[in-house]
Every structure is written in C-alpha cells, then in structure tokens.
Design a protein around this ligand. Structure first.
Ligand code: DGL
Length: 298
C-alpha cells in the first residue's frame, strides 16, 4: 500500500456516510472505499459475537484493496469489536469513532467542575459502556447520562428526516429526561444521527453543545496519514499534479444498491454512482477464508 491507496470506511448502512462527508471536506483528493452492510442492519440490537462476525467478513473483503487506513464508522462496531479485531488484522491500520467523539465532548464541557454529558446511541453501544470508559478516562469528574435510542436508525434508513413528526416525537421522548437533568453536552453516539442534527439542535436548545464525531474522526484520520507520510501527494518534485477536484468514492453494499444510492444523496449532498452489490454469501466466504487463515495449524 502507498499514498495512492484508498481509505476504507465501513458501517452497517448509511450512517458511515457522515464520516465520508467529513473526510471529503478534510481530505478531498483521497479515494474512499465505502462498505455499507445493509443486509445485516441494524447492528445496534445485535450481540457482540454477531457483529464481530460481520465486521471480520467486511475487513477480509476489504483487505485485497490494500486500504491505507480503515475507519469503523459505526459506534456499535467500534464499541463491540474494535479492540478484538485489531489483533486479528494487525497489518491494517484501523480506528473507530468513539475516541474522537469522546475527545470532542470533553473539550466542549470546558471548565465546568462537573459537566453533565448526555450520550444517545444504539442499545449495543450503551450496553458496552464504551462511551463511559472513553469519557471518564479523559475527565474523572463528569456526570454521564446514556440513553439508547433504538427507533432512530430504522427511521433514518427509511428516509425519514427532521421535518417528520414521528422523528420529532421519538426524539423529544428520548431527550426529555436528559434535558430535565440539564445536560451541557449531547454526544450523537451513532453515525446515523447527524442527519437529524437540525431537529436535535432545536429540541435541546442553544445552551447544549451537540457533538457529532464525524468531523473529529476525519481530522484524526488526516493526522494519522500525515504522520505515516501517506497523504495523497499534490506535487511530484516541483511539479503540481493535476488532481481531480474530488477523489473517487466506490461503494459496496450487501442489500439493494439502488435504494442505497437514492438515500445516500441525503447524507452526502451529491449523487453517487450506483454501489456494487456484494452478496452475503460472497462476504461470508471472505470472512471464512480469514478465519481459516487464523486457525492454528498442526
Ligand atoms: N451507525 C451505527 C452506529 O454508529 C448504528 C446503526 C445500526 O444499529 O446498525 O452505531
């Protein structure tokens, strides 16, 4: 792999496109390979071993593309599988979305003595306690409130947005207790949620800082690539390279590509080329090969 290799981004569905969007702003010339595991969505209500199996298959599928960095752009997968799979895929550079989000939340809490930090996320992310650990490691004195908000991902994947009354009703129910406890910061602990940011901002009011980790995550990836001298070069010697204004985005999905392409526009603001369909069988085989390679011999 080299500086021209792509950055790989994966999620259970559309949510990781919020990270792609941020990456394209920070690193516009980089090629990106996106994997949306739409056939297995949602991850947020599944067990750690099930999600580990899916993500192992995706990483094995992506490996031949030699990505220079992989972003697990899914809080659920980051919380449940990242430490484990990092060990299995040691040759790949892999990061998630929880650390950048927690870092931004603590920064936003400022100098308050005991800030009240709310986190909304999937059931699996809340159960994993990954956010509590990441926040407390950075800030011992904080009051942390977590709330699973399982209805949001299906509504977003269905194409519902901020102006939908059902979305507003669900959000206001989910946020009531946190607002009564006077949160200072609200972390959107799921990469799907930033598309609902306008209505969330309206419901929490201007005194609550809303953190969406996509932006932080993109900055973090840029820093890592810079440190490893893997940013796509803009010059060769003294000659400027005539780069296209935007790097290539290739998309793979495990369910209906047309539907994904249609909904993706809402996340990226531009149309995307039709994704390539990867059948769950093909994905399973990729994961199986990896599992066989990992099995001790003799
Ligand atoms: N986007 C994923 C996350 O950040 C969750 C979606 C799902 O439940 O599959 O947690």
């Amino acid at each position: 792999l080299d500086a021209y290799s792509p950055i790989a981004v994966l999620d259970s569905g559309l949510g990781g496109l919020t990270v792609v969007n941020a990456l394209r702003k920070v690193l516009p010339h980089e090629d990106i390979v996106y994997f949306g595991d739409t056939a297995h969505l949602p991850y947020g209500s599944k067990s750690a071993s099930t999600v580990t199996g899916f993500v192992r298959q995706i990483l094995s599928f992506l490996r031949p593309q030699q990505p220079k960095h992989v972003v697990i752009a899914c809080n659920t997968a980051t919380a449940l599988v990242l430490p484990h799979l990092r060990g299995e895929f040691q040759e790949m550079s892999i990061t998630g979305v929880i650390e950048p989000g927690a870092r931004a939340a603590v920064a936003a809490a400022g100098s308050r003595q005991v800030p009240v930090i709310g986190v909304i996320a999937t059931e699996a992310t809340v159960r994993s306690r990954a956010y509590e650990r990441a926040l407390i490691r950075r800030r011992h004195m904080a009051h942390i409130l977590l709330r699973p908000t399982p209805l949001l991902v299906p509504m977003i994947e269905e194409g519902r947005s901020c102006d939908d009354p059902i979305v507003e009703l669900a959000l206001s129910q989910y946020l009531t207790a946190m607002l009564q406890k006077k949160i200072n910061v609200l972390v959107l602990g799921c990469t799907h949620y930033p598309v609902l940011k306008p209505i969330i901002n309206k419901l929490v009011g201007k005194d609550v800082v809303v953190i969406d980790s996509a932006e932080q995550c993109a900055q973090d990836v840029a820093k890592r690539l810079r440190t490893r001298s893997l940013l796509r070069p803009l010059t060769t010697g003294s000659l400027a390279i005539d780069l296209p204004p935007q790097g290539r985005l290739r998309t793979f999905v495990t369910d209906d590509p047309k539907r994904f392409a249609r909904l993706a526009t809402r996340f990226l603001g531009v149309e995307i080329a039709e994704p390539q369909w990867v059948s769950p069988d093909e994905l399973f085989t990729a994961g199986d090969d990896a599992a066989v390679a990992l099995r001790p011999t003799g």
